[in-house]
Ligand binder design. Structure first.
Ligand code: PLP
Length: 400
């Protein structure tokens, strides 16, 4: 695959990250819990990684971070912990556009434990309905879990403000920041955010490793039980090479953030402008003002995004359609559906997401081939009027 524009699904491991990890598979293979020198070296490397992450997210203390297997585990841990530490509360507030790592768990809790889940709606730009949010906040709420940035549209939610509102009713505030970390400046010590999830593979770290930030003093109940690792907060021998890679990726992300954001935004804007100029009846979804700089999600009216992605793939261009974190899934995008956009929910949108490895030639290549692809697809199917557009069940699947 020569052109990779699917960085919200996953990113390439940076070569510096890989180099930092390699010794921990071989010479420095020790168990961080062991008392001997080989173990101590692994333990020291983990401490460094924790500090590197601490710097990236602006945590006050390094012990506020526990390492996990990624964003999914961190989200599950945060929500289940809050229900354990606040047994007298039985409600969750989340949004209609969260990642399945939050929504699937919430749905299950609703069914199996009678937990009431408030899924706050969004408007056509994907912006959270603040009145509905305010109305859902009561002293019955154990945890609010609202994402920092949406994986499909890139829309950014005002989590600092939302966390302050949650505090007024004594709820724990958690944010799934998997798409925000490494892309947006974050300073947790100046917010009321209690818990935050992040994942290494979204910012040039390895897959299968992430972290959960738990603000000092916030009550916590471990999800994974067993040994005494990580101060009894997450049992199991730590994935030392992965954690070292996560730390290095955090260090690089912090160093490069300004430069990278300027770069990816310039590519993203150039792509959007070019697409809108060249392709009739196309529009960009998401909040035009508060959006991740690397993400664009485009609807080509009247044609299925899956078909566009399929043909782009034939030209060696990797992007994503609709939304699919669950590979092979053929469900529709709940995000586009929640945004209530005519056509988009049925036919999906194409997501292009950039990283610092992206190049101007990548954009040029997409702009060269897309008009022909859209024309061809619109030619093969009659372009139906809005009211007649059919739901195409086999649409959507954009990983991440
Ligand atoms: N949350 C969001 C917003 C995501 O985009 C993803 C990506 O897949 C996840 C959670 C899950 O993270 P992980 O793949 O590390 O489990």
């Amino acid at each position: 695959m020569s052109i990779y524009l699917d960085n919200n699904a996953t990113t390439r491991v940076d070569s510096e990250v890989l180099q930092a990890m390699l010794p921990f598979f071989a010479d420095q293979f020790g168990n961080p819990s062991s008392m001997h020198d080989i173990g101590a070296a692994a333990g020291a490397a983990m401490k460094t990684a924790r500090q590197q992450l601490q710097a990236l997210i602006g945590a006050k203390f390094d012990h506020e971070i526990i390492f996990t297997s990624g964003g999914t585990e961190s989200n599950n841990t945060a929500i289940l912990s809050a229900l354990e530490v606040m047994p007298e509360r039985s409600e969750i507030v989340t949004s209609a556009v969260e990642h399945p790592a939050v929504l699937t768990l919430c749905g299950q809790l609703e069914k199996t434990r009678g937990i009431k889940v408030h899924r706050i709606p969004v408007d056509q730009h994907g912006r959270l309905d603040l009145d509905a949010y305010r109305a859902a906040l009561t002293h019955r709420v154990a945890i609010v879990s609202i994402m920092w940035a949406n994986n499909e549209t890139g829309t950014i939610f005002p989590v600092a403000r939302l966390s302050e509102m949650a505090k007024e009713v004594g709820a724990i505030f958690h944010t799934d920041a998997v798409q925000a970390i490494g892309k947006l400046p974050v300073d947790l010590k100046s917010t009321a955010i209690d818990m935050l999830s992040l994942s290494g593979h979204k910012f040039h770290g390895p897959k299968g490793v992430g972290a959960l930030y738990i603000k000092s003093g916030v009550p916590f109940h471990a999800l994974i039980k067993g040994g005494r690792q990580q101060r009894n907060r997450r049992a199991g021998t730590e994935n030392t090479p992965g954690i070292v890679g996560l730390g290095k990726a955090a260090e690089l992300a912090l160093e490069r953030m300004d430069e990278e954001n300027t770069w990816v935004k310039s590519l993203r804007d150039r792509l959007e402008k070019g697409l809108l100029e060249r392709v009739p009846k196309a529009f960009v979804t998401g909040d035009p003002l508060a959006r991740l700089p690397n993400t664009t999600n485009v609807v080509f009216e009247g044609i299925g995004s899956e078909a566009v992605q399929f043909l782009l793939n034939r030209h060696g261009i990797a992007c994503a359609f609709g939304s699919a974190c669950s590979s092979g899934s053929s469900r529709q995008s709940h995000v586009l559906e929640a945004m209530n956009l005519p056509d988009a929910a049925a036919l999906g949108a194409v997501r292009f997401s950039f990283s610092h490895f992206s190049r101007e030639e990548d954009v040029d290549q997409v702009l060269e081939v897309i008009p022909g692809i859209v024309k061809k697809l619109r030619g093969s199917f009659p372009f139906p009027a809005v009211g007649e557009r059919r739901r195409i069940d086999n649409s959507t699947a954009a990983a991440g």
